[in-house]
Design a protein around this ligand. Structure first.
Ligand SMILES: *[C@@H]1O[C@H](CO)[C@@H](O)[C@H](O)[C@H]1NC(C)=O
Length: 227
């Protein structure tokens, strides 16, 4: 009887510890607000990812009135800077880095208006695709045959120069971000349209409806009022 009770207690303590370590929140209809420029405010995202990546798609919505360049999605692995980085140079110009190599893509975009952005990459061809507000931008190619390392440190709001740090205020994000999802495959054009329209299609690396994250410094969660 006593042993059973102890066992049950042990199990319940373990369960609550585990659920704390892997707390997942449904952020549907919510945004992360990065309210002011800083070299510290960021959100760390904890992915479901234990194997290297041959293919990926990352999508999110942002609303920002920044005119300078800034980081949107920073994925570093131990000893590897810019293993995967999505960076906005200016309105109508984005950069994607895979394994420290970068490509630039340009297209038509309005300033200070909400943007739905997707980038995908496939190792076998090296082809990177970009979708802005559901419209395809010009495809580019980089790092054909490369494999993106697993066990990343993923950061929103800042650009990492190290594993989880090395931030620079001049590259920080100021604004709102929502509906961030990541898949270990290249989504088809039809799937991208569905995601753009608001059906997230079971993202298996990062899921906005079941997000494991950690807020650091001045980042606030608010309802999304612009989407
Ligand atoms: C990555 O994509 C290629 C081409 O679409 C496919 O052949 C390959 O199986 C994919 N790799 C994984 C690990 O899913």
């Amino acid at each position: 009887m006593d042993k059973l009770l102890l066992l049950l207690l042990g199990v319940s303590v373990l369960t609550s510890l585990l659920s704390e370590a892997f707390a997942q929140t449904d952020l549907t209809g919510k945004v992360f607000v990065f309210p002011r420029e800083s070299e510290s405010a960021h959100v760390k995202l904890i992915p479901r990812l234990d194997k290297p990546l041959e293919n990926f798609t990352v999508c999110f919505r942002t609303y920002s009135d920044l005119s300078r360049h800034h980081s949107l999605f920073s994925y570093n692995t131990k000893g590897r800077d810019n293993e995967l980085l999505i960076y906005k140079e200016r309105v109508g110009e984005y950069k994607l880095y895979v394994g420290r190599s970068g490509v630039t893509v340009r297209g038509l975009e309005e300033s200070a208006s909400p943007v739905h952005f997707c980038a995908s990459w496939e190792s076998s061809s090296g082809i990177a695709e970009f979708w802005v507000n559901g419209k395809p931008w010009v495809k580019k190619g980089l790092q054909k045959g490369y494999i993106v390392e697993a066990k990343p440190s993923i950061v929103l709001g800042q650009e990492q120069d190290t594993y989880g740090g090395g931030f620079d205020k001049a590259q920080s994000f100021v604004g709102e971000i929502t509906d961030l999802n990541m898949w270990d495959s290249v989504l088809s054009p039809e799937e991208i349209i569905l995601v753009y329209q608001g059906s997230p299609l079971n993202p298996n690396i990062l899921d906005w409806r079941a997000l494991n994250y950690e807020i650091n410094d001045y980042v606030v969660i608010r309802p999304c009022v612009w989407n």
